[in-house]
Design a protein around this ligand. Structure first.
Ligand code: ITT
Length: 188
């Protein structure tokens, strides 16, 4: 079984590729036209990306939108995570958090699956954690070096292997839901 993931982010692709392979699903990466809408809802952004990719490919595919929501910053950068990462980055976020006692944060993921002629179906996942006091680790991508998941051993996502990150991550949770739904549907 093949499944197409419309993303330009190789790290995201690698994270879910491992999970799909367990179910005998071969994931393919589609780096097609990029047209992300401005919205404060990850679900709406993911749906739009999935529709654009599905229309261009004329084949079923899924897209994902994810973001880091920091409590003390009233949810910033949230749906603007990509832009915030490119502009202020991890160091900028750490500066915004300097002296802040409430370091609670959450990663959220929305995966939208679309088939030609149908409305997209959305699956969500989240992981709660803390913003570290300094960058740690060299793995992963984006805000991984400053995010410590609750329930872990204090390491940041960037200090974990893909398998370890997948035990906690927002993306793994959303993808697991999607995979279960997708496999059931194929059987039906
Ligand atoms: P797409 O092509 O799939 O859209 P992207 O990198 O633009 O890839 P998103 O818009 O979904 O991805 O993600 C926005 C940003 O949020 C991303 O660039 C990272 O900086 C951050 N982010 C999302 N998930 C993350 C994760 O698992 N670990 C670290 N940072 C993450």
């Amino acid at each position: 079984m093949d499944l197409i993931f419309a993303t330009r982010n190789r790290h995201k692709f690698e994270e879910v590729r491992e999970m799909a392979s367990v179910y005998g699903i071969k994931l393919k990466m589609y780096r097609g036209p990029r047209e992300e809408i401005q919205s404060d809802k990850l679900e709406e952004i993911a749906k739009h990306s999935a529709i654009v990719a599905c229309t261009a490919l004329k084949r079923p595919c899924f897209a994902e939108d994810a973001g880091l929501f920091v409590k003390a910053l009233h949810g910033f950068p949230g749906p603007y995570s990509s832009y915030a990462f490119k502009t202020i980055g991890n160091d900028g976020l750490l500066k915004l958090m300097a002296g802040e006692g409430n370091r609670g944060a959450e990663f959220r993921s929305a995966i939208a699956y679309c088939e030609p002629g149908s409305r997209p179906v959305v699956f969500s996942g989240n992981v709660r954690g803390y913003i570290a006091s300094a960058r740690r680790g060299s793995g992963g991508f984006g805000f991984d070096p400053i995010f410590i998941p609750i329930g872990g051993d204090g390491r940041t996502f960037a200090e974990m292997s893909i398998d370890e990150k997948n035990k906690f991550s927002h993306r793994a949770k959303a993808f697991e839901k999607f995979l279960k739904w997708y496999i059931q549907r194929k059987k039906a």
